[in-house]
Ligand binder design. Structure first.
Ligand code: IVH
Length: 673
């Protein structure tokens, strides 16, 4: 790239990134997706690396990112952030109640609230005249770390309060957390990238909160529940905790669902009993309930024990989510890379609110290390959405009748002899056509870390394989809504949406395709390196192992795997078919690949569309070769009108421009329908 054009591109990118982060952080109204933002950000970084002399000293790329911030400024809490004592049983709770009733007899008849205890990281937010001015972590309770930028990056946290009636200065306290589903997604992505998995949502939330780079808060999908108001200046007439919760919600804070006010200890115990199972079904991790004396006056009189925990509240914790049961058998499946995937078949047992009869045993090596035998009593854990796991056997329960497991010598699906690579403990099926691998391979192909095809999950793929509609990834691109319609559960809309989602994935960069293809040892990091170095699949195909190994981060194992994959005639055929199907085999965005049914057409969007957002609709039209402009003129070819379309629609009518609705747009985007 010549210098003037690099400079031009850099300033254009700077403007785009700047605009996107203002929209996100200042206006609280993101205009582009995280992925688009990351892409722009990385482009800018790459350009700055190539032309450091042109780099803007205030570029957003210079913000420190990804490091744990010991450099965060410390901040003292005006009012200490307390922790809570625990009660692990109904009796312990009754003992607490009795004790505080002795301190103040009015407790006996006072209202008590029960609410979920969110398992995340505590955060204090200071608001002045209704505007967020500061965010501080709990720290040791008296002093935390200032993380205002990250607080602002959390969508749930209002930058300005709604409604009215707040104290001039106040703190809103609550819990930052990551919900179960995004946590699982983050970990999937990390797995694909070969990164260490995050241990649990709480650590992940606390870690993300303390990153210097606020964008990590978005990446990890941090959320917030408010549970306390601490007035610092100016009056506030609310006298009951549960009224504060209602007030917080009215100001725009999310408040954890399901709180209740009880009029006696017996009522509290009854409510707790209803939560035993229900608590596991919440979309976020909750590690118990918090029981609080409702009236602030009474709270104040009960006071604090040792400056550490309030007398007026206690956490009612539920026992850990693990259970012992008998290991009946070990079933072996084949993963997408051909690796053996042993699954424990268990005597059904209740763990964490669900009945578990299967759990993962990871791999051969772990079974050996933990000495898991068939017939053992094993401990099973289940946390959140995570697949249940066998932790290990209770050796004290052995009778001598337990049988050590012997790994199979042949693939249980295609019966090909299994092989062990050098230096590896686990066996795998070397048959690239093994049907067991095909299914797992397709699941991986469509997954977020791969081609990211919305709506194409394991169940759909299984149905499509069973219906004989597909055998491999290339077949996906030949699907039409007509072909899908007979498959159970596919309505007109969803068949169309899926075909479109598949079509859209044609444009994914080479790095995504490389991950999607599921080469052994090639995670997101290696895929990125290869895609950047070679740019196109043909160039990568032309490279030998030596050329691959010359790249940083690509060792002999990865190079060997890539070279082996590309040499394989079946893989070559698959790649040719993917190319024939219009899949972009390039790293950078490519115009003109794949079907461009809207090529040359000028669109104007108006009104609100039933399912697509403006940026979505624009992106799809552009991907299909069309352009989107903001005003209707004689040059406009099509106006896409949604609800409450106003002047633009009228103008289109006057000029005789075609007016279509979203459904028609979707049809035109997915031709052949
Ligand atoms: S009340 C003095 N309410 O639990 C009152 N805390 O183990 C202390 N927590 O540091 C806070 N959900 O981070 C309260 N509904 C809830 C809560 C909650 C989670 C956390 C909070 C606190 C920790 C104490």
């Amino acid at each position: 790239m010549t210098l003037p054009s690099a400079a031009d591109e850099m300033s254009a990118l700077l403007a785009q990134v700047g605009r996107a982060s203002r929209a996100y952080y200042d206006l609280d109204a993101p205009e582009i997706s995280d992925e688009e933002y990351d892409l722009l950000f990385r482009k800018l970084q790459a350009l700055e690396r190539a032309h450091p002399e042109l780099a803007d000293p205030s570029s957003p790329t210079l913000r420190v990112g990804g490091t744990i911030a010991s450099a965060l400024p410390k901040a003292r809490h005006a009012v200490p952030m307390l922790s809570l004592d625990n009660a692990f049983s109904a009796d312990e709770l009754a003992a607490w109640f009795e004790k505080i009733t002795k301190v103040d007899a009015r407790v006996a008849t006072a209202p008590i609230t029960v609410e979920v205890k969110i398992d995340g990281a505590a955060l204090s937010l200071t608001y002045e005249d209704g505007a967020l001015v500061r965010g501080v972590t709990r720290g040791d309770g008296s002093e935390g770390e200032e993380i205002t930028g990250t607080g602002r990056a959390i969508d749930d946290i209002p930058l300005r309060l709604a409604g009215a009636g707040w104290p001039r200065r106040m703190e809103v306290r609550g819990e930052v957390y990551i919900a179960k589903a995004p946590f699982a997604r983050v970990n999937h992505a990390r797995e694909a990238a070969g990164l260490e998995l995050l241990q649990n949502p709480r650590n992940a939330a606390a870690g993300a909160l303390r990153q210097l780079d606020p964008s990590e808060a978005r990446r990890r999908r941090l959320q917030f529940f408010a549970y306390q108001v601490v007035p610092l200046e100016g009056g506030w007439p609310v006298a009951l905790h549960h009224d504060a919760l209602t007030q917080l919600a009215a100001w725009g804070f999310p408040v954890a669902p399901g709180w209740e006010v009880c009029d006696s200890l017996a009522a509290v115990q009854r409510v707790i009993a209803t939560w035993g199972e229900r608590i596991r079904t919440l979309p976020f991790d909750a590690d118990g309930l918090v029981i609080k004396v409702d009236a602030f006056r009474l709270q104040d009189e009960l006071g604090v024990i040792g400056g550490r925990v309030p007398r007026w509240a206690i956490a009612r914790k539920f026992p850990a989510e693990s259970a012992f049961t008998r290991l009946v058998a070990i079933e072996v499946n084949i993963g997408r890379t051909g690796a053996l995937a042993p699954t424990a078949i268990l005597e059904p047992v209740r763990v964490g609110g669900a009945t578990v009869s299967r759990a993962t045993l990871h791999n051969e090596e772990i079974i050996a290390q933990r000495d898991v035998r068939i017939g053992d009593m094993v401990e099973v854990i289940r946390s959140g959405e995570v697949i249940p796991k066998v932790l290990g056997p209770d050796r004290s329960k052995r009778t001598g009748a337990e049988v050590p497991w012997v790994a199979p010598t042949h693939c249980p699906v295609c019966h090909t002899p299994l092989v062990k690579s050098e230096g590896e403990v686990n066996r795998y099926c070397p048959n690239a056509h093994c049907p067991g691998r095909a299914y797992e391979g397709l699941v991986h192909f469509a997954s977020r870390g791969g081609m990211d095809i919305t709506g194409l999950g394991p169940e759909r793929l299984e149905q499509m394989l069973e219906a004989g509609l597909i055998r491999d990834a290339a077949d996906l691109y030949a699907l039409t809504p007509e072909m899908l319609r007979p498959v159970e559960g596919f309505a007109e809309q969803s068949a169309q949406a899926l075909v479109m989602a598949i079509a859209e994935s044609r444009g994914r960069p080479l790095r995504a395709l490389l991950v999607a293809l599921g080469l052994r040892h090639v995670g997101a990091a290696a895929a990125k390196t290869l895609a950047r170095a070679f740019g196109t699949l043909p160039a990568l195909r032309a490279a030998d192992a030596e050329a691959l190994e010359a790249l940083e981060g690509i060792g002999p194992t990865i190079a060997g795997s890539v070279a082996g994959f590309l040499r394989d005639p079946d893989n070559r055929l698959l790649l040719d078919r993917l190319e024939g199907a219009g899949v972009a085999l390039q790293e950078s965005a490519v115009a003109g690949r794949g079907p461009r049914p809207l090529a040359g057409l000028r669109f104007v969007l108006t009104g609100s569309l039933p399912t697509l957002t403006r940026p979505d609709a624009t992106a799809r039209i552009e991907a299909a070769g069309g352009t989107v402009t903001s005003s209707v003129s004689k040059k406009t070819d099509v106006v896409v009108a949604g609800a409450d379309a106003g002047g633009k629609r009228t103008k289109a009518e006057q000029l005789g421009v075609a007016i279509i609705d979203e459904a028609e747009l979707l049809r035109r985007l997915a031709p052949g329908t």
